[in-house]
Write a protein that binds this ligand. Sequence first.
Ligand code: ASP
Length: 361
Amino acid sequence: MTDQRANRSRRQFLAASTAGLAAASHAIAQGGATEPAAAAQPTRSGGKLPVKSISSANGLRTTRRAYEMMLRGADTLDASVAGVTIVEDDPRDTSVGYGGLPNELGVVQLDAAVMHGPTHQAGCVASLERIRNPAKVAQLVLQQTDHVLLVGPGALKFAKAHGFKEEDLLTDRARKIWLRWKQTMSDRDDWLPPAEGIEESDPQAAAILRNRPTGTIHCASMNAEGDISCVTTTSGLAFKIDGRVGDSPIIGAGLYVDNEIGSCGSTGRGEANLQNQCSFAAVELMRSGMTPVEAGLEVLRRVAKHTVPRLRNDQGEPDFGLKFYLLRKDGMHGGVSMRGPTKFAVTDEKGTRLETCTTLY
Ligand code: ASP
């Protein structure tokens, strides 16, 4: 159910979350085509909550994979990680994994975090180079260490110790976009633009060069028992300073789950999220009875209030993108965005589709 359409009272939500009652209504597709869900199959234990996976808009294949795995009884974190692995492996997605846009030195540095609701355990990696699946490495940090976060060369050694293969993650396309950025970023350095840049033949690259992008995938999944887990994985801000880490691998910012309440994860300007600990705050707001969209809009308002003047537009509004994807224990979900129009991906018994984020501006 989208919370624009459903309006549970706090008492109803708390009763539903403790008694494990089914959600009252189903999600309504608000945009994009709806693909049929996998044929209904009995769930692992016949739980009563709606099996559901939500993601950023680049995750239609992700939510579908996670949903299908949960119907077959997979753990919610295994399902979410398997879902985002599809996008990490896809060279066409320049926001994550193999093919992600590099830092200012032309090196792809990846961040990822996972959080498992049933055990409240987390694992994270930051500034990981040469390993295309940081979400899987983050899951191993959760499973195989007494720590939460590994960074840089240590994270790489840890991944290699577990059999991950090193490779060059910079695709030719990402390299050309980065090179064009270097050639055109200043007319006072020694780089001269060639007669024809990649933007002449690649409209998406042209858009990236016009508006320096952020990009990430977040996925949260809930099974019929109401167990929730989530993952966020990214190549971070394109052309970032070497070693810059955003919100994605930070628990409470890039993602957070409390298995009794729900989850929240983000994409967009990581610095704004880090300064406001939005995912943790949003889950706490849902604990107090807010719907997912209410909680998401409230954290966006906090971000807006705390935004410094140099990051505001002529109307005084934050001049950057930031989105949250929220899933509540009773099955209610929502996506919110600082500005629109923008979508997020959902798979549940109604199928796989894009829904519209509620925007603050
Ligand atoms: N949040 C990510 C970061 O700041 C980037 C993004 O989601 O676009 O690294």
